[in-house]
Design a protein. Structure first.
Length: 398
């Protein structure tokens, strides 16, 4: 019952207020300090210049820098498998032998010791354009006969060669048997496209070099090799090494996405030349269209944020004022913090902070007439020591 009486009285009072103010009643719940009086000569309370209360950092802070390096924009292959090589050939030749003629043909070819060790097969093939079949055709390799017979004209022939006959310097002789008593016509074999071919296990590696300066090498964070895959025939893993240490070893198909990223870290890097090496094992091909690299290193930057203090003649007459800010967090071991003010007249003044700086504390520093001038003044925060301060709620009041 008592509550009902109070409610009725409140409603009656509200109706009276509506009648007096014509229905325009403004319930302003903001504190007076947030209002700027119209009459600056006689304010109810000194106004405050509000600054954004977002957090900012003052001092030394670690960051990251990076650089792109183009390694190659041309196709390259990483392989270790049989590659067919033509090591000797004759496009067209005529072999003859009779009473009055003897015209054999010779093919000389050289092989390295490495090629001999890695050779998996060898063969010869040729096409017989025409022959009179008066006697046999002979092929001798390093004084060992490897073929004799009557090959027909208009046919191609292919024969394996025993690799045990091979040396580093080799000589093949192609000749015809004598036509004997048929003195009027020698034995003739007309050959085309005579080829000596070898399958040699060849390994194609690729090494890229990139350079780092001392700062980049000492503060190296990560490298990223970016490859553009073209074709993979993978039976063995692709191996990638940075300065001789494995950063990737995997057998895979061409990835679905266009690029292939290999990130590596915890690898010693050196001032000057560093290397990336790509290779594979037996029976594999990894083909790429291009390669590039991005490397990242740690940096240390000093942050000295600058705040602008606009001072009017009215503001100046109200001095001394206050500068305040909140310490959200302390990073590292900074020794002390001060503020350097460059006045609108170009003079430089230092405002020292005598208080003990702790996390969660709001610091208030007096702003004197000699610290600023009428116009635009620049305040710079300066930290001495390692680390810094995360600050917020910067404010200037006159």
């Amino acid at each position: 019952m008592e509550f009902a009486k109070v409610l009725i009285v409140a409603i009656v009072l509200f109706g009276v207020l509506l009648a007096i103010f014509g229905g325009e009643v403004d319930f302003d719940t903001r504190p007076d300090r947030d209002r700027f009086p119209v009459d600056d000569e006689d304010p109810d309370e000194p106004p405050a210049v509000e600054y954004p209360d977002d957090q900012f950092f003052v001092g030394w802070i670690e960051g990251t820098d990076y650089k792109h390096v183009g390694l190659t924009d041309k196709q390259f292959d990483i392989t270790f498998r049989d590659e067919e090589r033509i090591i000797g050939d004759i496009n067209r030749t005529e072999i003859k032998r009779g009473i009055f003629s003897n015209e054999p043909q010779y093919i000389e070819f050289d092989l390295t010791k490495d090629q001999l060790d890695k050779m998996t097969s060898m063969e010869m093939d040729f096409y017989v354009h025409d022959t009179n079949h008066l006697d046999e055709m002979y092929i001798v390799l390093n004084d060992e006969e490897i073929y004799s017979g009557y090959p027909d004209g208009g046919r191609s022939y292919s024969f394996d060669i025993n690799q045990s006959l091979l040396e580093q310097n080799n000589m093949m002789e192609i000749s015809a048997g004598s036509s004997g008593w048929r003195f009027w016509a020698p034995t003739v074999y007309i050959l085309e496209d005579f080829r000596i071919k070898a399958d040699i296990l060849e390994r194609k590696d690729r090494t890229f070099s990139f350079s780092l300066d001392r700062d980049q090498a000492d503060n190296f964070l990560m490298g990223r090799l970016v490859l553009d895959p073209r074709e993979f025939d993978a039976q063995s893993p692709l191996v990638i090494q940075a300065n001789g240490r494995d950063v990737y070893r995997q057998t895979s198909a061409v990835p679905d996405r266009r690029s292939m990223w290999i990130d590596f870290e915890d690898i010693p890097m050196y001032e000057g030349e560093n290397t990336l090496t790509l290779f594979t094992e037996v029976d594999s091909l990894y083909s790429f269209n291009s390669a590039k690299m991005v490397y990242f290193w740690e940096t240390e930057d000093i942050r000295r944020p600058i705040k602008t203090i606009e001072v009017s003649s009215v503001d100046y007459n109200r001095l001394p004022g206050e500068i305040s800010f909140h310490i959200d967090r302390i990073e590292g071991t900074p020794e002390y913090l001060h503020m350097d003010i460059t006045t609108a007249e170009g003079e430089k003044n230092r405002v020292l902070i005598q208080e003990v700086l702790k996390e969660g504390k709001t610091v208030v520093v007096s702003l004197e007439e000699e610290d600023v001038a009428i116009g635009e003044n620049k305040l710079e925060f300066v930290v001495v020591g390692e680390g810094g301060f995360y600050l917020s709620d910067f404010n200037v009041a006159f």
